[in-house]
Write a new protein. Structure first.
Length: 263
C-alpha cells in the first residue's frame, strides 16, 4: 500500500504549538491583540512617514530654496560684469565692442547657482538624515532650485542697472557713460542649481545615507540564517535501563579435529 506524498498543512498562527516543537518558519506572524486606545490614531511603524509629513518636508525645502534665491539675485547683480555704454550725439555705443561682459554675466550666474545647489543639498541632507526625508527632499530641491534660479534671474535684472537705455542716455547727456542692464544669454544656466543639488544629494545619500537592515528570508528566521531553518534534529535522551542488549547472531562453531576423524 502506497502513501500519497502530500505536503503537510502549514501551521496556523492562532493554534498554540506543542511544547518542544520547532516553529514553522513559513507560518505568518501572529496578529497583535494590542490596539491603540480609543480616540488616538495608530502609530505608524518606524521609518514610515505619512503623506502630510512628506509634503511638509518638501514644502520646507522649496521655501528655503526661494529664500536662497533672493541672496543669489543680490550676489549676481553685484558680481556680474557690467557692459559700459557711451552716448555719442543721438547714438548709444559700446565702450568696448569686443568685450565679453555678457558671457561673464552668464558665467557668474552659473557659478553662484552651482554653489547654491551644493549648499541647499548639503543642508537638506543633514537636516533630514535621521528621519529619512525620502523622495520629498529630492523633489523639493528640484522644484525649489528651478524656482530659485528663475527668481534670482528676474530679481537680479531688477536690482542691476536699468534697461531703459533712452532714459539713461538723457540722464548722463552727450559723451556720458552708463552701464547696460544685466541679462542671461543662455537660459540653460537656470538648470545648474537643481542639477547640482540632485547630484550632491545622490552622492551624500549613497555615501552617508541611512541604512536599513535587510529583512529575513522567511518569517521567524533571523537574517543570515539560510539552509534548514529548523536546524539539526535534537537528540532524544534514552534511559540506561531501557537500553536492550544487542542481539548477536549465533555463529556455527567449526567441528573439532576428533569429530572430523570419526566422521
Amino acid at each position: 500500500m502506497t502513501v500519497p506524498n502530500t505536503p503537510p498543512e502549514p501551521a496556523r498562527a492562532d493554534v498554540p504549538a506543542e511544547p518542544g516543537a520547532v516553529p514553522d518558519p513559513f507560518a505568518p506572524p501572529p496578529a497583535s491583540d494590542q490596539e491603540p486606545p480609543a480616540g488616538l490614531p495608530a502609530v505608524p511603524p518606524a521609518g514610515v512617514h505619512r503623506v502630510p509629513d512628506e509634503l511638509r518636508i518638501g514644502a520646507g525645502v522649496v521655501l528655503v530654496c526661494l529664500l536662497a534665491g533672493l541672496a543669489m539675485a543680490g550676489l549676481w547683480a553685484w558680481l556680474a560684469p557690467k557692459v559700459p555704454l557711451v552716448v555719442d550725439g543721438d547714438r548709444i555705443l559700446y565702450v568696448d565692442p569686443e568685450g565679453e561682459q555678457r558671457a561673464g554675466a552668464d558665467a557668474v550666474f552659473v557659478l553662484i547657482g552651482l554653489g547654491a545647489g551644493i549648499l541647499t543639498a548639503l543642508g537638506a541632507f543633514l537636516v533630514t538624515r535621521k528621519r529619512g526625508g525620502g523622495i520629498a527632499v529630492a523633489l523639493g530641491l528640484a522644484i525649489g532650485g528651478l524656482l530659485g534660479s528663475y527668481g534670482a534671474w528676474k530679481l537680479g535684472r531688477w536690482l542691476g542697472p536699468s534697461d531703459n537705455l533712452i532714459g539713461e542716455a538723457r540722464r548722463v547727456g552727450n559723451g556720458g557713460h552708463f552701464d547696460a542692464s544685466i541679462d542671461l544669454g543662455a537660459l540653460g544656466a537656470l538648470l545648474v542649481w537643481p542639477m547640482a543639488a540632485m547630484v550632491v544629494l545622490l552622492a551624500l545619500s549613497a555615501a552617508f545615507g541611512k541604512r536599513e537592515e535587510d529583512p529575513p528570508p522567511y518569517w521567524g528566521v533571523p537574517a543570515g540564517s539560510y539552509g534548514d531553518p529548523a536546524g539539526p534534529p535534537a537528540e532524544t535522551p534514552v534511559d540506561a535501563g531501557q537500553v536492550a542488549p544487542a542481539e548477536t547472531a549465533p555463529v556455527d562453531a567449526a567441528p573439532a579435529p576428533e569429530e572430523r576423524r570419526q566422521g
